[in-house]
Design a binder for this molecule. Structure first.
Ligand code: ATR
Length: 287
């Protein structure tokens, strides 16, 4: 099936809340999934500035929107407005996906789930018993770090430009029982020899830079960069030159969408239709 969805009196509504949302690629990805499954549903962008977030969340519940994604700058601010949180969302303190249940909105966080699924599907890699070096200590790092520990990573080392943020994140993540969490300075990574290196910083996103010089680090198995534009960052070029398994952030983007779709529809997501829509949306426009 292709073309516009058949909007009628039965059409179910979904969407994404953010500010801005004009560049989001979630609508094409989720609408492709609805078309592939033949669902009478539509997914819309909702541009909502911070001062209107509370009214928007209440209003979208009143009109019966079934599910929402939540993006910058609302991922943390929306949490007090929800009726329920999944354990992941509670531990991470931020959500990117909401489902309307009878008691109100239930929030979860599928960013880290998407990361773990990409590790499994794109690299054939599992965290259990492994040592991971994570660059960055922002919102993405929090979600990814929590999920890596849940998956049984033996050691998580965090290195960040602002060391105090790395220490604060390590303290927060170490509260859950699991592997060891420690910090290293960004200029002190030589010989760290992790099994996996993860870049969660924005370095490499069009600036032509790598967040670290990879060769002295001595990565044993794989490198994952959550940046997806450009598709091959300077860090991934280094990984390729060193013969390491590597992947970019496209898989995380896809699988966070897959997990969100399954959370708010209850249906099994059509992964390949979503991947094709994502790849098409990321193509530069033809001139
Ligand atoms: P996100 O939610 O995508 O993780 P974020 O919370 O703003 O975004 O975090 C961005 C991360 O990229 C942080 O770890 C940030 O480092 P600081 O904590 O020192 O700000 C990192 N980052 C951004 N620009 C950077 C740069 N030029 N060099 C090194 N790290 C950078």
């Amino acid at each position: 099936m292709s073309g516009a969805p058949p909007i009628d009196g039965e059409t179910r509504l979904y969407g994404i809340l953010g500010h801005p949302v004009s560049h989001t690629i979630s609508p094409p990805m989720h609408n492709a999934a609805f078309r592939a499954l033949g669902h009478n549903a539509v997914y819309l962008p909702f541009p909502v500035p911070p001062e209107r977030l509370e009214a928007a969340v209440a209003g979208l519940r009143s009109v019966g929107v079934r599910g929402l994604n939540v993006t910058v700058p609302h991922k943390t601010a929306v949490v007090p407005l929800l009726a329920e949180l999944t354990p992941a969302a509670r531990a991470i303190g931020a959500v990117n996906t909401l489902r309307l249940d009878t008691g109100g909105w239930c929030g979860t966080n599928t960013d880290g789930t998407g990361f773990i699924l990409s590790l499994q599907h794109d690299l054939g890699w599992r965290a259990e018993g492994k040592r991971v070096l994570m660059l960055g200590a922002g919102g993405s790092a929090r979600s990814i770090g929590w999920h890596l520990l849940q998956e049984g990573a033996a050691r998580l080392t965090i290195a960040n430009r602002t060391p105090a943020r790395a220490v604060a994140l390590a303290d927060a993540l170490a509260r859950d029982p699991g592997g060891t969490v420690e910090c290293l300075p960004l200029d002190g990574l030589a010989g760290a020899a992790p099994d996996l290196l993860v870049n969660t910083t924005t370095v490499g996103m069009g600036d032509g830079r790598a967040p670290a010089d990879l060769a002295p680090v001595g990565v044993r198995e794989a490198v994952i960069d959550i940046v997806y534009a450009p598709p091959v960052t300077p860090l991934l070029e280094q990984a390729r030159a060193l013969g390491l398994a590597h992947t970019n952030g496209l898989g995380m983007l896809l699988y966070q969408g897959v997990a969100a779709f399954e959370f708010f529809t209850g249906a099994e997501a059509p992964v390949e239709a979503m991947r094709a829509a994502l790849e098409a949306a990321l193509q530069p426009p033809e001139r």
